[in-house]
Design a protein around this ligand. Sequence first.
Ligand SMILES: *Cc1c(COP(=O)(O)O)cnc(C)c1O
Length: 382
Amino acid sequence: MTKSTKRIYLSPPHMSYYEQQLVSEAFSSNWIAPVGPHVEAFEKEVANFVNIGDAVALSSGTAAIHLALKLLDVGSGDYVFCSTLTFVASANPILYQGAEPIFIDSEPDSWNMSPNALEKAFKDCEKKGKIPKAVIIVNLYGQSADMSPLLSICERYGVPIIEDAAESLGAIYKGRASGTFGRFGIYSFNGNKIITTSGGGILVSQDLEGLEKARFWATQARDPAKHYQHSEVGYNYRLSNVLAAIGRGQLRVLNERIEARRIVFKRYFSALKNFKGIEFMPEAPYGRSTRWLTALTIDPEQSGVTPTQIIDALEGQNIEARPVWKPLHLQPLFKNCPYYPHNNNSVSDDLFRKGVCLPSGSNLSEEDQDRIIECLKHTFQQ
Ligand SMILES: *Cc1c(COP(=O)(O)O)cnc(C)c1O
């Protein structure tokens, strides 16, 4: 590798030209803070985009999950079911609330929550006489979970769903926006997501009263009084007006960003599909994935290389690739939490052992993608 080779990142930010105009507007009106017109407009625009009642813009997706759990009255000792194959931020807020996570495996068709495993977990908890207060369903790498069977199981037990759609803004499930199926949904605008505010998140719902309560908690739970009065614990979780301006600009190009990522996927697919032992994350027939990240599995026996060798070979060319999320039931932080696999096999363990995520930015040039593909082909053929 020559030192001058430009680094290719996994999923870098991609600004259009609208963001700077809108941020300028915030500066020239001196509305940098507090919560201001861009925040309100951003909330309305996100809610319109996904076609849901309303939204509350927050400092992170993690904060949004935290407030959703509070809205569902999750507290000390309560059980919360959560997808295991995900980033740690899906489950950390369960611990903030003093509740106990129980992890649910993936199914192979979408890599998302297995209805089988969910059903088993419910049956066990029912036997123990303690069903969970909430189920956090994660939509991985830009693709919705198979919501219909998951919804009907949860409905049968009367347990509400929080959809962690941090990675799936813009994805479709049976004609509807991913993130709008649960009682609450959350999106993230962290720097690596499909659109970004540098950092931020949003809580969405049809429950307008719940969202009003979330706004209240997110601004230090200030009672409606002239003096500073507080009867509940609050948080400093609101998104700033400047960051909301960035978000509004990003939202205008979201559809283009989805198209671009899907094209990145297609190029990888056509270049690599004939190599033995490689399988791409499937796109389930019920919807449309944004292909936020192109993820694939590599079977070392068939391909002759391990995922680690692939990641190292790319790193040698100054290209950032990553393993698939390490399942939460394998994390030291959660080592004592119960776990329900899909069947006799744990699908998420397998995906973690074999999975690789490739650079997938909407601003990845064809030239840079060719560099990645060349390196992959070279490594597979060795
Ligand atoms: C990024 C991410 C989050 C957290 O979002 P932040 O805005 O970074 O707090 C939560 N869940 C999943 C699945 C994510 O990928």
